[in-house]
Design a protein around this ligand. Structure first.
Ligand code: HEM
Length: 443
């Protein structure tokens, strides 16, 4: 099978279309012109790759020729040089250090933490009261990651954190817009962002300092990072590197999963038959008791719904690579320094790979179904692929299943104004209006 050639396309007016809905604009272009494209956005030309063979080339077969480089510089002021933004040799050392904390064997510990945090939050839902689903899921996912990875809690009053996260999210959501002013220009927004980052850094540093002083043995990710030594030099991680890793796990590990859970609530609300099926499954497998680790794989319908939500609305809808050397992909030459955008959102909806790609159909993930591209890794990559594949993928899938099962045990989130739901892009793909809903307890 030959790799389609990149096609030159479109021009100036694209900037406005990109700003309004980049995922759908790029999907439309890919369906019309082919999955690998060049898109002119104002003065900038973006190279977009969505075709599986091209993705496999960049992410795995020829991964050495591609890295993060300067392609992710826009978010470095927040995330520094943590795992999702680094390249070898630093990346390799850090990945090896952190991998054991993310091994599947940790599953039972995670499930216990997840269900404890979820029970507290879901048991506090007020019947009939309006809430914002995304806010509920963000708070839950944030508390889960902080407890599971760092054995911490944000304390009783989370207002300063909520404010800092709000400012950071607001800033990061605009980093994709071409022609943005550089961060050193002292606009009120930039100053607010810098203050929020300083607040977060100081608080993380405090947690690190406290942990260094503690006598009680802890075996969480934070302790592992503190104890880690460079295999060649024997050096410990610098405070700044430690802080970067903590920030990265925190940010990579909660917003993505919160968006996945929010999208799943939305999709189930729009497909009542599937909602009933999943509710019945939860009752059969769990009844009203708390989930145990061994229950999760038995929630077959729920797990398929989660995978389908990840296909239709992959929270990491886009990520970037920069050429580290002159190289070739999709029949096109790339010179050192050039950037390509990888777009799971587009790949997951290509009609050449998926039957009825815009239709919600969790059954396509049934093991016996092989008509769709689900069997082909590079056609379905919500967690990326190759050496940089998401380190937290098992954690995220478990979390979504535990939290959603526990929600369904308690009742439904009845979505208000579903017609207003639009995908919005920031650092992640999220529900634009936050998904207002009412909690209706099980009768
Ligand atoms: C639904 C939830 C999640 C999605 C969709 C997601 C998606 C992704 C994707 C697409 C990548 C690859 C990026 C690239 O190749 O440049 C990635 C990497 C990463 N993710 Fe996730 N992620 C999720 C949850 C998590 C969680 C829960 C954690 C941590 C607890 C996490 C930590 C990371 C880290 C550290 C990397 C960098 C890996 C490396 O470069 O070696 N993610 N994630």
């Amino acid at each position: 099978m030959s790799v389609p050639l990149l096609k030159e396309t479109l021009t100036l007016s694209n900037a406005r279309a990109m700003a309004s809905s980049a995922p759908d604009f790029l999907l439309g272009a890919a369906r019309k012109l082919g999955p690998n494209l060049k898109v002119g956005v104002g003065p900038i030309t973006l190279t977009v790759l969505a075709e599986p063979q091209a993705l496999q080339q960049v992410l795995q077969k020829n991964a050495k020729a591609w890295g993060r480089g300067t392609a992710v510089d826009a978010i470095r002021p927040l995330l520094g040089n943590g795992l999702p933004l680094s390249d070898p040799p630093l990346w390799l050392t850090q990945r090896r250090t952190m991998q054991p904390s993310f091994h599947r064997a940790q599953g039972p510990n995670w499930v216990h933490t997840m269900r404890e945090v979820a029970a507290k939050s879901l048991d506090a839902l007020t019947p009939g009261a309006e809430l914002t689903t995304r806010h509920l899921m963000m708070t839950l996912a944030r508390d889960i990651i902080v407890r599971a990875m760092f054995s911490q809690s944000l304390g009783a009053d989370t207002t300063p954190y909520d404010e800092a996260f709000g400012v950071v999210e607001d800033y990061v959501s605009t980093t994709m817009i071409p022609g943005k002013l550089p961060l050193w220009v002292p606009t009120p927004k930039h100053l607010r962002f810098k203050r929020a980052v300083t607040f977060l850094h100081e608080n993380i540093q405090r947690v690190i300092d406290d942990r260094r002083r503690e006598d009680t043995p802890t075996s969480d990710l934070l302790t592992l990072l503190i104890k880690a030594r460079d295999p060649e030099t024997g050096d410990a991680m610098s405070d700044q590197q430690l802080r970067d890793e903590v920030m990265n796990i925190f940010f990579a590990g909660h917003e993505t999963t919160a968006n996945l859970m929010t999208w799943t609530v939305f999709l189930l609300s729009q497909h009542p038959a599937m909602l009933e099926k999943v509710e019945a499954e939860v009752q059969t497998v769990l009844g009203q008791r708390a989930p145990e680790p061994e229950d999760i794989p038995k929630l077959t319908a729920l797990n398929r719904v989660i995978r389908e939500a990840l296909r239709l609305y992959p929270p990491a809808w886009l990520f970037a690579r920069q050429a580290f050397e002159d190289t070739e992909v999709a029949g096109e030459r790339f010179t050192k320094g050039q950037v390509v955008l990888v777009l799971p959102y587009v790949t997951h909806r290509l009609p050449t790979l998926w039957s009825e790609p815009d239709t919600f159909d969790p059954e396509r993930f049934a093991a016996e179904s092989s008509t769709d591209a689900t069997v082909w890794k590079y056609a379905y990559l919500p967690f990326g692929a190759g050496p940089h594949v998401c380190i937290g993928n098992h954690f995220a899938l478990l979390e979504a299943a535990v939290v959603l099962a526990m929600l369904l045990q308690r009742g439904r989130l009845e979505v208000l104004r579903p017609e207003a739901v639009r995908p919005k892009m920031g650092a992640t793909l999220f529900v634009g209006n936050g998904l207002p809903a009412r909690f209706a307890p099980r009768g």
